[in-house]
Design a binder for this molecule. Structure first.
Ligand SMILES: N=c1c2ncn([C@@H]3O[C@H](COP(=O)(O)OP(=O)(O)OP(=O)(O)O)[C@@H](O)[C@H]3O)c2ncn1[C@@H]1O[C@H](COP(=O)(O)O)[C@@H](O)[C@H]1O
Length: 108
């Protein structure tokens, strides 16, 4: 089965930003602007939640939609995937701060 990496999804969104194409859904989003992209993120996030309550097939489908729209958002805002990886990397190996939260223990 053909697979696509997050990196190539981001790269495609970046290429569309720099070299717009006719009939491109990505360019439709850029043309509509940030508020439209954010609206889609909201919709797709909700669909991920609903999908997770239904079937894994739906969860997979909606997660792919959300990831695509997240890549468009990052490109629109000028945030790189390395920015995200650096942030994740800065957390790697850190101890969870769960103990700082009140009432985190599961009630018995
Ligand atoms: N991964 C995706 C991808 N995932 C979802 N979508 C589009 O996201 C839209 C989500 O569907 P919705 O029903 O929520 O939205 P809609 O009713 O079509 O449109 P809205 O007016 O609500 O925005 C659909 O039109 C999908 O085609 C995507 N469009 C593009 N890509 C990738 O981006 C590449 C470039 O695409 P174009 O920019 O269209 O050339 C493609 O080859 C794909 O790899």
């Amino acid at each position: 089965m053909a697979q696509q990496t997050i990196e190539s999804l981001y790269e495609q969104a970046l290429v569309r930003k720099n070299q717009p194409e006719e009939n491109s859904y990505t360019n439709y989003l850029y043309t509509k602007g940030l508020d439209k992209i954010l609206k889609k993120i909201g919709e797709e996030s909700t669909e991920v939640i609903l999908g997770a309550k239904n079937t894994n097939d739906e969860l997979i489908y909606e997660t792919a939609d959300l990831l695509f729209h997240l890549m468009v958002l990052l490109v629109e805002k000028g945030v790189s995937l390395d920015d995200i990886k650096n942030e994740l990397g800065s957390r790697a190996g850190q101890k969870s701060r769960l103990h700082e939260r009140k009432n985190w223990r599961v009630e018995e």
